[in-house]
Structure formats: C-alpha cells, structure tokens
Design a protein. Structure first.
Length: 451
C-alpha cells in the first residue's frame, strides 16, 4: 500500500443530541428526540439524552481531549433548537454562544470544524406543523442554515447539510423505531423528498452567499447482498439497494428517483410524493463532497410478509457481530467506495462515520483494552487504503465516535467511543483505541502497516 494522500483528514464524529445533554439549558427548545425518548418503550431501558455525556457543561475538557487525540478535524452537529428554539424566528444568543465557544476552541487548537447542520434533532415545534412531511420545513431549514453560514463565515469551512436522511425518513416515518415515531410508508417517502429539498435549498444558499469552503451531504451506505443465491434473494437485495441507497444517491447525483423503485412503490398502491422537474434540479446541484457513513454489509432475504418492501435484513451470514449486532465486513467499505465512485463520481469522498460498539468497562487497573475496536478500525482503514489505491478520491476518515454516547433507540447500551464515559460521574477515560488512533493519525496512516 502506498499510504494515505498528503493532507488526508483524520477525525472523529459526534452528534448534538447524543452527547450534549443540557436539554433545558441555554434556552434550547424541545426536539423530536426529547419527545420520543420520553415515551416509555421507545428507547431501550427508557434511556434519554437529557444529560447524555453532558458535553454542554464539559466543553473545555472535551476540546482538550480532542487536542490530545491529535485529530486534524472534528465533525459535530448543531442542535437547530439551540439556535432557533421553535425552528424559526429570533436566534437564541445563548445557543449561538455555545457553538461559538466550540468552534473557536477547535480553531485555537488547530482542529478543523466539520459542521453537520442536521443530525436528527428537529425542533418539536416544527414537528407539530408536520415536520419533514411539510415542504415548509425545507424552507425553515434553509433559513437556519443561512444563519449559520453567515455567522460562521470564514471560521467554519466544511459543512454537511444532512446526516443520513434515510434514517430520518424510514425508521422515523415507516417503522417508527426512531423519532418522530410515525408508521406510514407514504409519509416516509414524502419526508425523504422534503429532506432532499431542504438539502438542495441549503446548497443553493451556500453558493449564492459565496461563502468560502465546501459543502456536501452524508449518507449511510451499505452494500446489500443476497443472503443466498436464490433468485428471490438476489431481487430482494436489488430492491433493498433501491430502498436505502439509490433512493438518495440517484436524486442527488442524477436528479430523479430510481425508476424501478418508483414503479414498485406505485404497484404497491402507495401514494407518491409530488415531485417537479425544478425539485430534481434543486436536489442535484453539485456538492463538493459526499460523506459516507459505513458500518456493515446488509444481507437480505426475500420475505413477502413485510409490506411494502418484501424483505428482511440483519443476518450475520456467518460473520462475527459487534454488540449492536452488526456483522463485521470490512471489505464492504471498499466495495461501496468503488461502486459509488464508478456509478456517481462524487468529486471527493469523506468517510464521515465508521466504528464498532462493544460493552466495555475499566479493568482492575482502570484501563479499557478495547482490542476488538482496534481490530475493527484497523481492518476498515486498511480497506480505505485499498480503495484509494483503486482510484477512489477519499480525502478523510472520521471514527464514530469520540465519546461513549446516547445511541438513539438503543440508549446507552452500545458503546462506540474511543473514550469511556462514566455515566454517574461523567469522568472521561480514554481507551486503548484512543492511543492507537492517535498514532495512526500522527503517522498519516503508516502505523497501520508498521506493526
Ligand atoms: C449512525 C448515526 C450515528 C450513530 C451511528 C452508530 O447511523 O449517524 O449518529 O448513532 O449510526
């Protein structure tokens, strides 16, 4: 392997609702995740993000830890409801001040901010007006983004509009496993469309404002492979790819939804979103980069009883699993990178998340020797190197995640962090993977093959 290109970004990622806590502090408005997680039965052990890692009150300490980790870049998200508690109107100065401290603290430590504008915590007031099912939300999103572009002009030069719109649309509106917990497939299709419109409007505002820097979007992309060689499972895998990958990649890079899936949904009698040609142009404006979150390959089996998608997934297919029950499939990362490069040609790709969950606690010496996580990160980074060797323009890699955090509907059960957080004292303890990743980043990846 030749190694990683000069200037390759080494980072870690977090998200506001998963680490900040301070749910009622500094004038923050209620979000859909506050509402959802407080309904018994929605989140494992009925956990919620009221306190999470309390990063809202541990900012300096966390910034110092990032410095110690030696990352070049830090990807975090802004909680829309700290800036506009009800989604729009007057900006809330205290909320803005928190992110000023965060951004300035990063810059002082020579760490580049990578700012995600939306990582799932919609202001509840907007949900009350229909949330992502209402086209108006896309306009409110544009206004919120423009406010941040102006405010951080010259200080933040890397933006992602949305994180994983698929999760917001489908687990959020079809299966109801995630906030806002709606169960209606047509609503999910509508939400997906409005999310994409919001993305398009934000890109347009960024270009028209002439802001320095780059902007893109982050998608969760997993290769979908048939569980068996049967024709049914092969077709199910293609459908799964259309449902989760192409439903976003095609409009973003080709300006229209995939025809096979559109037809399939119509055949199921679903009511489809209203889509104009203008929408297609808006959504497919060029992005400076595509962010890819990768965790595993999804193995897919036809199952006619699941309406309307007619498949099941979540199988190990003989692979070892992480605590989250995700199969460990490093070559899937290389495969998705090569495929996206070949089919969609994004100018640049960042791996904006990749990581593994295990259940860990300090040993008798107070250490956390998380060899399994190191193995996971090592084998996946190796595959990133291979993809670069095959000509894929990967410009950076961000570990999910920095701190053990609130993992959505699985609560605090899944620990992905390079840093352990004691839930009672909030004390942070770097794991062994923390020092390992520091060496990898410091050597621009050479540490991977210089054992
Ligand atoms: C991704 C999310 C992120 C985190 C990881 C495990 O889908 O973007 O917030 O929860 O999964």
């Amino acid at each position: 392997m030749e190694g990683f290109p000069k200037g390759f970004r080494w980072g870690v990622t977090t998200a506001s609702y998963q680490i900040e806590g301070g749910a009622k502090d500094g004038g923050r408005g209620e979000t859909v995740w506050d509402r959802f997680s407080h309904i018994p039965g929605n989140v494992l052990h009925d956990d919620n993000g009221d306190i999470a890692c309390d990063s809202y009150h541990h900012l300096e300490e966390d910034l110092d830890l990032l410095k110690e980790l030696g990352v070049t870049s830090y990807r975090f998200s802004v909680a829309w409801s700290r800036i506009f508690p009800k989604g729009y109107g007057e900006a809330n100065e205290e909320g803005v001040a928190y992110y000023d401290r965060l951004v300035d603290g990063l810059l002082e430590r020579k760490i580049e901010p990578f700012l995600t504008l939306y990582h799932w915590d919609l202001p509840q007031a907007l949900q009350d007006e229909g949330g992502w099912m209402n086209r108006k939300t896309a306009e409110h999103f544009e206004m919120y983004c423009s406010y941040l572009f102006r405010h951080f002009k010259g200080r933040v030069t890397h933006y992602m509009t949305l994180n994983e719109p698929w999760v917001v649309a489908f687990p959020g509106h079809y299966t109801g496993e995630m906030a806002p917990g709606i169960r209606d497939f047509s609503a999910a299709l509508q939400a997906a469309h409005v999310l994409l419109l919001g993305h398009g409007l934000a890109i347009k505002a960024f270009r028209e404002g002439g802001y320095p820097g780059e902007i893109g979007i982050t998608l969760n992309l997993c290769p979908k492979e048939p569980l068996t060689d049967s024709r049914e499972d092969c077709e199910a895998a293609i459908r799964h790819d259309g449902y989760a990958n192409r439903w976003f990649l095609d409009p973003l890079f080709r300006g229209h939804y995939p025809e096979d899936m559109w037809r399939f949904y119509e055949e199921q009698g679903l009511s489809m979103p209203e889509v104009t040609e203008e929408d297609g142009r808006l959504v497919s404006q060029p992005v400076d980069f595509l962010g890819i979150n990768y965790y595993n390959i999804d193995f897919t089996k036809e199952d006619k009883s699941v309406w309307p998608i007619q498949f099941k997934t979540g199988f190990s297919a003989g692979n070892a699993m992480t605590h989250y029950q995700m199969p460990i499939t490093p070559d899937g990362l290389r495969k998705i990178l090569v495929r996206v490069h070949k089919d969609y040609h994004p100018a640049k790709i960042y791996i904006t998340e990749n990581g593994a969950s295990y259940q860990e606690h300090p040993d008798r010496n107070g250490e956390i020797l998380d060899e399994a996580r190191i193995d996971y990160l090592h084998t996946h980074l190796w595959k990133v190197g291979e993809a670069i060797g095959e000509g894929v323009p990967v410009a950076g890699y961000f570990v999910w995640t920095f701190l053990d955090d609130f993992e959505w509907n699985t609560g605090f059960e899944n620990q992905f962090g390079l840093v352990y957080v004691d839930r009672k004292t909030m004390e942070r303890t770097p794991k062994k993977s923390f020092s390992w990743y520091r060496e990898v980043a410091a050597s621009n990846g050479k540490r991977l093959w210089e054992k």
